[in-house]
Design a protein around this ligand. Structure first.
Ligand SMILES: Cc1cc2nc3c(=O)[nH]c(=O)nc-3n(C[C@H](O)[C@H](O)[C@H](O)COP(=O)(O)OP(=O)(O)OC[C@H]3O[C@@H](n4cnc5c(N)ncnc54)[C@H](O)[C@@H]3O)c2cc1C
Length: 574
């Protein structure tokens, strides 16, 4: 292996933080250099903790806390000859003299470094909610945190309020509900998982309610009152909730104060790094939750607090320290993420509609509901899939999915495609594994490619749930489901022409349209796509509802459901 000449290599590499980024860096550094002294400084009692497993230990699916400790000080010494020092907190940094000040049981001391890697992670954010310092308020970040929560359960806690409906908040809520607690999730944004498209998030909210979790979205927690036997959480809508424990899970902030104070350049607390993880200070690198990332799709500058990017960046930083000039740059993260909620899997990669719009990136969005595997094979389940691609050339920009099966595989394929800078049409050509229990000969991802290419080329024109009011005011709505489906609930004023009868009823449709645009819909968007192609070729100004009534109902919720007409009456009146 090439790289620096032995005499030029850093003799001592000091790493702050012994979990995802720091541990990956240490292990890789050892594999590259057998002779360097690698010192890992960790503030807590443990290194190499499986932080992502904490919610599952809380919920009891992981029964043994020891399983959360992937490595120990001793095993790391034995296998990688790492000098791991737990309960060693870095409290100061002198970049000129290349030393860190460390506080440990033995007192305060100094450790010199040739190369310093910062992977201090993040701390739970503490919003300015009066009463958040109540002794019943918990966070979940460390083994100590999870043990405290388990202790609460052992002492009879049975009502929990989770502040924040992000990934960790949802994992905590699921875990506590699984333990039988009465759980309420309070989320300031309009829906849980704020990064998720609203039409998908509504499914997650419904699943949570089905599980018995009380979801309060679009409302802030405004104060916590500590009482002898419970805490009272006041919400912005005037309501109050009582709980035995309150878990604050409202995001994280980079744990960088010591390093920023020492002159390492930060932006809103996140360490600014270049493509190799180098900070503004020579000889100091940084990775993980503590650093500022530049979003690969939108260019938005913000930390991406996820384990995968931290682990991979740690490895690449070791390369840059020991093989400068040869190390691959750290790619900008796509923030690919996944979470389970009850029977649903929720996953996303790349940008969402709001971020694309906010950044002025013109894009198309498609909605599909393909099966996870062949419909004729038992157990097929719909994957509710949203894909965004650039309007000019079809470059893939983002994808999200919710469903009971097959979601992880599709989002991982799409994440790979985005990383490879594929266009939506390229998805058609992906040779994906297929047999009936696993997929379809045209996989969900291939289907997204086919629809996307048609949209990009203009042969398919879509309309969206947000267009509904305008469409109802200006166009003829044609519902191409069967008469029986139509009778179960349809949009007021819509004309039912089942797609199988469309070709022979074109004259009738032309009269009904009276020169107006025709906006077609069906249950999922498939039959209306077929009908739209007939109409477009017959010269109609036609468009098909993206994702059909399934997406429309998911996007517009109970209000739309009430609007639907069944056998001449609305659903509400029925
Ligand atoms: C409950 C939970 C569940 C999660 N689930 C997922 C998931 O499913 N998927 C996913 O991708 N991500 C998940 N994450 C996020 C993931 O854990 C983090 O993105 C990742 O651990 C970040 O790695 P890091 O090295 O930057 O920081 P960390 O892994 O947090 O490590 C930082 C370490 O540095 C130590 N430290 C900090 N300052 C000092 C100092 N001054 N001196 C010495 N030591 C210091 C800290 O004690 C800590 O141990 C989860 C996070 C939590 C809290």
């Amino acid at each position: 292996m090439s790289g620096l000449r032995p005499q030029d290599r850093p003799r001592r590499i000091v790493i702050v933080g012994g979990v995802a980024g720091g541990m990956s860096c240490a292990a890789r550094a050892r594999r590259l250099d057998e002779h360097a002294q690698i010192v890992l400084l960790e503030r807590s009692d443990h290194v190499s903790v499986a932080t992502c497993g904490l919610p599952y230990y809380l919920g009891g699916e992981i029964e043994d806390a020891a399983l959360l400790q992937v490595q120990t000080t001793r095993s790391l010494r034995a296998s990688l000859d790492l000098d791991v020092r737990v309960r060693h907190e870095v409290i100061g940094l002198d970049p000129e003299r290349r030393i860190v000040t460390v506080r440990s049981k033995a007192g305060v001391g100094a450790i010199a470094y040739d190369a310093l890697v910062l992977s201090p992670g993040a701390l739970p954010a503490r919003p300015p909610i009066p009463g958040l310092d109540s002794p019943r308020v918990r966070t979940l970040r460390t083994i100590a945190d999870v043990e405290r929560l388990r202790d609460d359960l052992a002492h009879g806690a049975h009502r929990a309020i989770v502040l924040g409906g992000g990934f960790i908040g949802l994992e905590v809520a699921e875990a506590l509900r699984g333990r039988g607690l009465l759980v309420t999730v309070v989320e300031l944004a309009a829906h849980v998982l704020p990064a998720l498209e609203p039409e998908l998030a509504s499914r997650v909210g419904r699943e949570m309610r089905r599980m018995g979790i009380d979801v309060r979205a679009g409302v802030a927690a405004t104060g916590i009152t500590h009482r002898a036997d419970s805490d009272e959480v006041a919400l912005g809508d005037g309501s109050t909730l009582s709980a035995d424990i309150v878990v604050a899970s409202v995001g994280v902030r980079p744990d960088t104060a010591v390093f920023e104070h020492a002159g390492v350049a930060c932006e809103r607390g996140a360490i600014v790094v270049d493509a190799h993880g180098r900070t503004s200070v020579p000889g100091i690198w940084a990775v993980g939750d503590a650093v500022l990332s530049v979003d690969a799709v939108t260019g938005i500058r913000a930390p991406v607090p996820l384990a995968g990017p931290a682990n991979r960046a740690g490895r690449l930083v070791a390369d840059d320290i020991l093989r400068p000039g040869e190390a691959r740059p750290i790619p900008s993260p796509l923030a690919t993420a996944i979470v389970r909620m009850g029977g649903l899997t929720v996953a996303m990669t790349g940008a969402n509609h709001d971020r694309l719009t906010g950044q002025g990136i013109e894009h198309h969005t498609i909605h599909l509901h393909p099966n996870d595997h062949a419909g004729y094979f038992p157990g097929a389940r719909a994957i509710h899939l949203v894909v965004h691609f650039r309007a000019t050339d079809g470059l893939l920009l983002g994808a999200q999915a919710v469903g009971e099966a097959g979601v992880d595989k599709r989002i991982d394929v799409l994440a790979t495609a985005i990383r490879a800078r594929m266009s939506v049409g390229d998805l058609i050509d992906l040779d994906l594994a297929y047999s009936p229990p696993y997929g379809q000969a045209k996989d969900a991802v291939n289907l997204a490619g086919m629809l996307g290419e048609d949209v990009l080329g203009g042969s398919v024109v879509l309309w969206y749930p947000d267009d509904l009011e305008a469409v109802m005011g200006s166009s003829l709505l044609v519902d191409v489901r069967s008469a029986a489906e139509f009778a179960t609930g349809h949009l007021p004023g819509s004309l039912n022409i089942p797609h199988t009868t469309l070709r022979r009823r074109l004259d009738e449709l032309r009269v009904a349209a009276a020169g107006r645009p025709v906006r077609v819909l069906c249950a999922s968007g498939f039959r209306s796509h077929l009908a739209h192609r007939v109409l477009a070729q017959e010269g109609f100004d036609s468009a098909t509802l993206s994702g059909g009534l399934i997406t429309l109902l998911d996007a517009r919720g109970p209000d739309l459901e009430r609007m639907l007409v069944t056998d001449g009456t609305t659903r509400a009146a029925a």
